[in-house]
Design a protein around this ligand. Structure first.
Ligand code: ZN
Length: 397
């Protein structure tokens, strides 16, 4: 396909300051089976273009990426490498990382021949297509007042500042396929405040294929999208988001949500009423790391979001990272689900054996007002593991 899906691209007219040239630094990360997972290529100014930039202009790194930013980025890659089992053949996925200015971070996604992301294809053993600037995707790190302290794996933020590792976990999730394949019409760019005429690409990716509109109807290739800021002509068969109640649904997500909601909420508009472009490319579960909400207090994706990664085709032993989650509200529950280490095949728990996943979590209570009696053991001893967590009650707005 000839379109590029670009997520939160940040453009700046810039003059290179011309610091001394350095070689691009390369770091390799393997998955838990030892299969090559991802190669990170770190660009500084003077290392040449690392990506596509805006329009046809190459995008250069605007500043040197300090070692602590590299370390946090690698922590995020290792986080995903622990979760996803590579389907061998096309890996590692190669990602260029550069430094930019401004209060932001960005993931620039390249589409593979079948419409998914190139990074996703490389990890699923599918043809990712050609490299762009030597990579399958690009992540740009801005200046968001990040803490430069060493990354400490934890279920809760460990610093009052913004943690770079969680931000990079978010940006890499876009590279991994959490992004819609929407074309925004010829009259305006996705970043223009003017009315837009969005529609799904003819070749939609797995994330988009799982999206449902306000009326519960599944997305179809080429379909026009209606929303409060969309200006599409009348059509019989549209993806209707005028009430902005779209959601991602799939077998694994349904299993996790257990009827608490029809799927993971996705949105066209932000909380404060602005266009949230690219549309329906984030998970708007409350305060989620994968959301675009102003306040996000999770440090990694929650179980429903990892289930979405399974639904889009990744091989993940979800029970190695989550014992059980409760998304409903006001329930009286007895939880007999344990949390232990997994067997070698990842098919069952090993009773009375501690789970060592870095961010393993025995029980996550997302919903509010529940009374839960925990009747099974939750044995977690990963570096940032926990027996249970209830973010909704503990923090909230
Ligand atoms: Zn994002």
């Amino acid at each position: 396909m000839n379109t590029k899906t670009i997520t939160i691209i940040v453009l700046a007219a810039q003059t290179l300051l011309g610091p001394p040239s350095r070689a691009v630094e390369t770091y390799d990360v393997r998955d838990s089976n030892g299969v090559p997972f991802m190669r990170a290529r770190i660009f500084g100014p003077g290392d040449g273009p690392s990506c596509c930039g805006g329009g046809d202009k190459p995008n250069h790194s605007l500043r040197i990426v300090p070692q602590w930013e590299i370390d946090h980025s690698l922590a995020a890659i290792r986080h995903w490498a622990e979760i996803i089992k590579v389907m061998p053949g096309q890996s590692p996925a190669i990602v260029n990382i550069g430094g930019i200015r401004g209060n932001t971070a960005a993931s620039i996604i390249q589409a593979s021949p079948d419409g998914g992301t190139k990074v996703e294809a490389a990890l699923k053993g599918q043809d990712p297509g050609e490299l762009d600037y030597g990579a399958h995707g690009m992540v740009a790190i801005g200046e968001m007042g990040f803490s430069s302290d060493a990354y400490i794996p934890s279920q809760l933020p460990m610093t009052p500042k913004i943690g770079l590792a969680p931000v990079m976990i978010h940006e890499f999730a876009h590279q991994l396929g959490i992004a819609s394949t929407i074309i925004y019409g010829s009259e305006a760019t996705p970043f223009s405040p003017r009315a837009i005429s969005p529609y799904f690409a003819e070749s939609i990716n797995a994330w988009t294929d799982h999206l449902h509109d306000d009326n519960g109807n599944q997305a179809k290739p080429g379909q026009a999208i209606y929303c409060t800021v969309c200006a599409n002509p009348r059509a019989d068969d549209v993806f209707d988001l005028r009430r902005d109640q779209g959601y991602f649904a799939g077998k694994n997500v349904s299993e996790v949500l257990a009827g608490a909601m029809p799927g993971i909420p996705v949105r066209v508009m932000t909380e404060d009423g602005r266009q949230d472009v690219p549309f329906v490319s984030h998970s708007e579960l409350k305060n989620s790391l994968m959301s675009h909400q102003g306040y996000r207090n999770y440090t990694s994706l929650m179980e429903a979001e990892i289930a979405a990664m399974q639904d889009i085709g990744y091989s993940i032993d979800r029970r190695n990272f989550f014992g059980y989650s409760i998304y409903g509200n006001g329930q009286n529950l007895v939880n007999d689900n344990p949390f232990f280490a997994r067997n070698a095949n990842g098919t069952a728990y090993l009773p009375n054996t501690y789970n060592t996943a870095t961010l393993g979590l025995g029980l996550h209570v997302y919903g509010s007002g529940n009374t839960v009696i925990q009747r099974a053991d939750l044995l977690s001893q990963g570096a940032g593991g926990a027996a249970s967590a209830s973010m909704a009650k503990a923090i909230g707005y």
